[in-house]
Structures are given as structure tokens and as C-alpha cells.
Design a protein around this ligand. Structure first.
Ligand SMILES: *[C@@H]1O[C@H](CO)[C@@H](O)[C@H](O)[C@H]1NC(C)=O
Ligand SMILES: *[C@@H]1O[C@H](CO)[C@@H](O)[C@H](O)[C@H]1NC(C)=O
Ligand SMILES: *[C@@H]1O[C@H](CO)[C@@H](O)[C@H](O)[C@H]1NC(C)=O
Length: 305
């Protein structure tokens, strides 16, 4: 398939706190009117930063959920109230039912510093016409360099129910998990000269926006606005810090014990899951894109074990 090189950088920036500061204020004002105060709720962890009037909190299956919506004039976006340095984020997401062509629902983490050196971890769910599968597009930026796209087909219908999507970011690995299965692992290869996010604090963002110019079947299929508003749901946003520190000395390493000198060893289940996903559900990997790179230009991490 043709590589999909457009997305994260350009789309994420349109929800970057810097560029959206005026809308942050608007979102906060609107939030005051919303009565959600349950302890440990989504509302405690996240804030709406644009399109707030298109979103709503509600109780779903006993836990508080946030609905993001998109119509022809605007999408919507939330971000975490806190910034993190080494963290595991778990969140349950239920994607747009029916015709979602042209839409992109995201979960990503991004640093706030200068764009040229920014770090970013992306999950982008590319919509499709009714009956055709969603694509989970992922990318990782370190020190301003991205271009690390991997795409997956999910092994279930992500619109039928909530599923748990997780980002694990510890000093040695960035991992993306779906329902507890690792689908992607990006190792800290700083020793080999590959940048890895280790010092810039990142915030989590979730967005629903229109990307009909590239998202679905390479942009050939446009959004059918007669189906709007499009709605996706987020629930049970859970934060686990991934390193011991003076402020939280008991914090875990997110299931990843420092053993060897270079890398934390992944356990056998994680390795098996990665292998299974790669064999059965990966549809694009930048490391094997011969048309895009050749032996001399293949990114360094693709040549390391
Ligand atoms: C949409 O469905 C088509 C046909 O099954 C598939 O080729 C494509 O990868 C799917 N996803 C997107 C985002 O276009
Ligand atoms: C919320 O998510 C966490 C982490 O994935 C999980 O352990 C917990 O059981 C979930 N809570 C509910 C009510 O589903
Ligand atoms: C591939 O390598 C050759 C030299 O070996 C170079 O001339 C060419 O520009 C490279 N192609 C790309 C896409 O980097």
C-alpha cells in the first residue's frame, strides 16, 4: 500500500496548546456549567480545549464518559490537566459507528517545547465507510523527528464497544497496547544515536477532527456531512507513573523491570503479542518500506535488534 505520510505532525499541531490558547479559555468557561464531580472521574484528569460546546460528559456503564463530536464547522479536543514524564496512560475508546469516512479520532501525547525538538506518541484512528475497517495509524517523534509510521487493523470492531488503548512510556521503551496486547515497541536506542523522549514533559490529547483530504483510502473518500454529528467516546482515563521519583518513590516501572544494561527485557507475553500483531494485523511498517527508504537511508532503529 502507499505510505501515509501526512498525518500526525500537521494534525497534532492544530490542537497544540500554544496555537489554541484563546480557545482554552473558552473551553474552561463552558466547563463551569457542567456538573460532574465524581471522585476519580475523567473530569478530574482532563480539560476540554476546543469544541467544548460539542462535547458532553455522561455516565456510561457506571463510569463517567466523555463524548467528542465533529460537524462540518468544527471538531473537539481534550487534553490532560497534568504533564507527565514517564507514564502509562490507559483509556477506553469507542469509535464512531457506521460511516466514519474522512474522520480521525486520536489519542496522543506531545511535549510543549519548540516544534523542532518536540516529542510525540500518536494513535490515530482513521475512519472508513460503513462496513469497511478502521485503520490504527501510529507514529513516534523524538527530538523533532517523526516519520515512524506503523499501521494496524484491529482484530475486533472498535465501534461496537469500548476497548482499552494504552501508551506506556518509561525510560527504556515506548509501547502501544490494545486491550493489554502490545502492538508496538520503540526502544531507547540513545546509545546507538537514536533520539528517545527522556526529558520533555508530555501531555495527553484526545481529538475528533475532519481529515477528509487524506484519511480514508488516501483521501479518495470524503466525509458525508449528512451523517454529522460524528461522535466518539472516551472513558476511564487512567494514569500510572512509570518511574520511581522523590515525589512518588513507590511508582512502578509499568511492568517493565530494569534488567540488562541496555534495554529492559520484555516479558515473553509481550514479545509473543508483538509477534502475533506483526504477523496478522500490521498493514504498514516504515522499517520495511523499500520504496520510501533504501539501505542507506533506512532509519537507524530499523537496523538494530
Ligand atoms: C478502508 O477500507 C478500505 C477497503 O477495505 C481499505 O483499503 C482501507 O485501508 C480502509 N481504511 C482507510 C483508512 O482507508
Ligand atoms: C479502568 O481502567 C483500569 C486500567 O485499564 C482498569 O484496571 C480498571 O478496571 C478500569 N475500571 C473500570 C471501572 O472499568
Ligand atoms: C537510494 O540510494 C541511492 C544510492 O545508493 C541514492 O542515490 C538514492 O537517492 C537513494 N534513494 C532514496 C529514496 O533515498
Amino acid at each position: 500500500m502507499a505510505p501515509l505520510l501526512m498525518p500526525a505532525a500537521s494534525s497534532s499541531s492544530s490542537c497544540s496548546p500554544k496555537r489554541r490558547r484563546s480557545l482554552v479559555l473558552l473551553g474552561l468557561v463552558l466547563l463551569v456549567a457542567v456538573d460532574v464531580s465524581a471522585a476519580g472521574s475523567m473530569y478530574d484528569e482532563i480539560e476540554l480545549i476546543w469544541g467544548a460546546s460539542r462535547t458532553f460528559f455522561f455516565m456510561d456503564g457506571g463510569s463517567e464518559a466523555l463524548a467528542l463530536s465533529l460537524d462540518q464547522s468544527q471538531g473537539s479536543c481534550f487534553r490532560s490537566r497534568e504533564k507527565y514524564l514517564f507514564v502509562r496512560i490507559d483509556v477506553e475508546i469507542k469509535l464512531i459507528e457506521g460511516d466514519s469516512a474522512g474522520t480521525v479520532c486520536t489519542l496522543y501525547m506531545i511535549s510543549e517545547g519548540p516544534w523542532e525538538i518536540h516529542d510525540e506518541i500518536d494513535l490515530e484512528f482513521l475512519g472508513n465507510v460503513t462496513g469497511e475497517p478502521y485503520t490504527l495509524h501510529t507514529n513516534i517523534f523524538a527530538n523533532g523527528v517523526g516519520g515512524r509510521e506503523q499501521q494496524f487493523r484491529l482484530w475486533f470492531d472498535p465501534t461496537a464497544d469500548y476497548h482499552t488503548y494504552s501508551i506506556v512510556w518509561n525510560p527504556k521503551h515506548i509501547m502501544i497496547l490494545v486491550d493489554g496486547k502490545a502492538i508496538r515497541d520503540f526502544k531507547n536506542n540513545e546509545d546507538e544515536g537514536v533520539a528517545f523522549p527522556t526529558w520533555q514533559w508530555m501531555r495527553t490529547f484526545g481529538t475528533l477532527w475532519n481529515a477528509e483530504d487524506w484519511a480514508t483510502q488516501g483521501g479518495r473518500i470524503k466525509t458525508d456531512w449528512s451523517q454529522a454529528p460524528f461522535v466518539s467516546y472516551y472513558r476511564n482515563y487512567t494514569v500510572t507513573w512509570c518511574r520511581p521519583s522523590s515525589s512518588s518513590p513507590g511508582a512502578a516501572w509499568c511492568g517493565d523491570e530494569p534488567k540488562g544494561s541496555t534495554h529492559f527485557d520484555l516479558d515473553t507475553k509481550t514479545l509473543a503479542d508483538l509477534q502475533w500483531v506483526r504477523a496478522n494485523h500490521m498493514i504498514y511498517d516504515y522499517c520495511t518500506d523499500a520504496a520510501r527508504f533504501n539501505a542507506t537511508t533506512l532509519p537507524k532503529e530499523c537496523t538494530l535488534p
